[in-house]
Design a protein around this ligand. Structure first.
Ligand code: GH3
Ligand code: MG
Ligand code: MG
Length: 338
């Protein structure tokens, strides 16, 4: 993949962009969980200010995903994220890169553009804060300077989102995000007639780790287990710390067979890992309870409860094993809770 870049002297040169870099960038973008979310006033305030200051009819936060039509990488924002610097197009019709682009020639007939990349602390570019006009125009240095400041504010808001979603010890999604993600995935699955698998994972005899090695070593072991779990998930899966030494993985689209085999992989991986805790390493195991939407519940709460019932079954059967919820199990918990 290559991209053009204008340097200060206005001279254009080619910049290489590897597939690995793009895939790391997309992973960073997805970790912020802002794709497919609704409008938010705090971002509207910042884009509103950008439009006022640059005197343009359009301003937006564009997050450049791999497959979205409007921001496909051959258009303005794709160039802005590759050059990692402010990207300005005073007149798209005069620029051979964009003059024949459908969005320039046909409605909305975008004619001029200024975009500032949104760069994460890890140096991934998620997208841009940009302004667009339907007439050719120049942007003065003061306007560009303010656009840069507003882009930093957008990035801070995105980082605040991220911190509110993550468990500080392990970096996995927290309980609140688990509930929100499960709700969202079930709504999506219901629309598409798909399933959502849930793994409820609990570390076996974890209290002994604290009792013998101390709480700090226990924390360290939890971090290592979380890393192992994060290494087992696919891009679309959502790994969460539900609380204490309990974890949940949401697997959108996973039916019973896939769920069971993925859970067995997770169980084996933890069993085989040398878990660092304090000065030494230990062997730990996990028990895993499985349930899925729609078989074992029609809302997130009931599927989670069904997975917990299965987890108790796995514990009772001797630990270090995987158990699937049975319909009677799901019913008995529901009755127990009621
Ligand atoms: P079981 O196989 O039945 O799950 O046994 P267990 O010892 O894992 O279960 P129990 O629920 O009795 O103990 C869980 C322990 O996890 C107790 C608590 O001290 C420990 N724990 C929970 N949260 C944390 C944490 O954030 N850090 C540390 N170090 N320990 C934690
Ligand atoms: Mg527990
Ligand atoms: Mg436990």
């Amino acid at each position: 993949m290559t991209a053009e870049r204008s340097d200060d002297a206005g001279e254009r040169r080619q910049v290489s962009f590897s597939a690995a870099e793009e895939s790391a960038r997309l992973a960073a973008l997805r970790s912020y969980c802002v794709l497919d979310t609704g409008r938010e006033a705090r971002f509207d305030d910042l884009t509103g200010l950008a439009a006022d200051i640059c005197e343009t009819p359009v301003s937006l936060v564009s997050l450049v995903d791999s497959h979205r039509l409007f921001f496909k990488s051959d258009f303005f924002c794709g160039h802005a994220i590759r050059q990692r610097e402010v990207f300005v197009v005073p007149d798209a019709l005069e620029d051979p890169r964009f003059a024949k682009h459908a969005l320039v020639v046909d409605p909305p007939r975008a004619r001029s553009y200024a975009g500032v990349p949104l760069v994460t602390p890890q140096d991934h570019v998620l997208g841009t804060l940009c302004v667009i006009d339907f007439v050719p125009r120049k942007f003065d240095p003061k306007q560009i300077g303010t656009l840069r400041i507003l882009a930093r504010q957008v990035m801070w808001q995105l980082d605040l989102n991220l911190q509110a979603m993550r468990d500080p010890l392990t970096g996995l999604y927290n309980r609140r995000q688990l509930e929100e993600s499960l709700h969202r995935e079930i709504l999506r699955a219901r629309r598409g007639g798909a399933s959502v698998g849930i793994m409820a994972i609990d570390v076996d005899h974890f209290k002994q780790v604290n009792d013998t090695l101390g709480h700090e070593a226990g924390d360290c072991a939890l971090q290592r287990i979380a890393e192992e779990l994060a290494g087992c998930v696919r891009e679309e899966d959502i790994a969460c710390r539900a609380g204490g030494e309990e974890f949940v993985i949401i697997l959108p689209g996973a039916g019973k067979t896939a769920l069971r085999s993925r859970a067995e992989t997770v169980r084996r991986k933890i069993e085989q890992a040398r878990i660092q805790a304090g000065d030494g390493t230990l062997n730990l195991t996990v028990s895993i309870g499985l349930a899925s939407f729609p078989s074992y519940g029609d809302v997130g709460e009931s599927v989670l409860r069904a997975a917990d019932v299965a987890l108790y079954k796995a514990k009772a059967a001797g630990r270090n094993r995987v158990a699937m919820c049975t319909p009677s199990g799901a019913r008995s918990t529901a009755a127990g809770v009621a």
